[in-house]
Design a protein around this ligand. Structure first.
Ligand code: DX5
Ligand code: ZN
Length: 223
């Protein structure tokens, strides 16, 4: 069972980026989750596109951009030029979801769709075969450090059944409110890419990565 933790850079201290990326490399982090916000779709602003290009030089890990913007198509080309490997857009903002997914894929990157806690899986029914990633938001998007919305577990479980029944390739990603006490639940429901922000960056990043990785190994190895 392949399970990864994806550090969410939103919770990192901007003054420590170089050091934190050193830790990511040392701990063999495969994917870094970058939340891009426009202050319109969500009431917050995070990274600029040039920042992403600068950070790209610090690691070979995948850059997984979670676009929390009203007009996602507008940013795709620049993000790809900046070295982004995967882009996830929100189903709630996509006026033409099918077309936007094709647009993402036309750049040869991984294409993902995110859905907020109150959004039903139904909107993805016809696009599952096209997707590399489905992101189940377990908080409302916009901020780190929020509490996990419990019914996200049921949604992950339903999505995992759909994936198995349809033999789809997409990875189930979960984002928001993950901590050492609930990671087992999301994994047992079917999540395989676990985005972690505040629980990873509080206190010692390196020790926290070990803590989560050890917990994952324990989960995988317990029958
Ligand atoms: C929220 C973001 C998350 C956030 C997660 O809008 O999409 O990626 O950084 O942070 P935690 O793990 O603190 O909920
Ligand atoms: Zn995110």
């Amino acid at each position: 069972m392949d399970i990864i933790i994806s550090p969410s850079l939103l919770s990192a201290n901007v003054c420590n980026y170089a050091e934190d990326f050193g830790v990511f490399n040392q701990k063999d982090i495969k994917s870094i989750h970058i939340d891009l916000m426009d202050g319109h779709y969500v009431p917050n602003i995070s990274f600029g596109l040039d920042q992403i290009a600068s950070l790209r030089k610090l690691t070979d890990a995948e850059f997984d951009v979670h676009l929390m913007v009203t007009d996602p198509d507008k940013f795709v080309e620049t993000l790809v030029e900046a070295g982004t490997n995967s882009i996830t857009i929100h189903a709630e903002v996509a006026t033409h979801l099918y077309k936007s997914i094709h647009y993402l894929k036309s750049f040869g990157i991984k294409a993902g769709v995110a859905i907020n806690p109150a959004t039903s899986l139904q909107c993805l029914e016809y696009v599952y075969p096209l997707l590399n990633r489905v992101l189940i938001m377990s908080v409302e998007p916009g901020f780190g450090g929020q509490a996990f919305v419990p019914f996200a577990l049921e949604k992950i479980k339903q999505l995992n059944k759909i994936k198995e029944d349809g033999n789809y390739d997409f990875t189930i990603q979960v984002d928001g409110g993950i901590n050492i006490d609930n990671i087992e639940d999301v994994i047992k429901c079917g999540a395989r890419d676990i985005v972690i922000g505040s629980s990873l960056f509080k206190q010692d990043l390196s020790e926290n990565i070990d803590l989560f990785n050890n917990k994952i190994n324990e989960i995988i190895n317990t029958p």
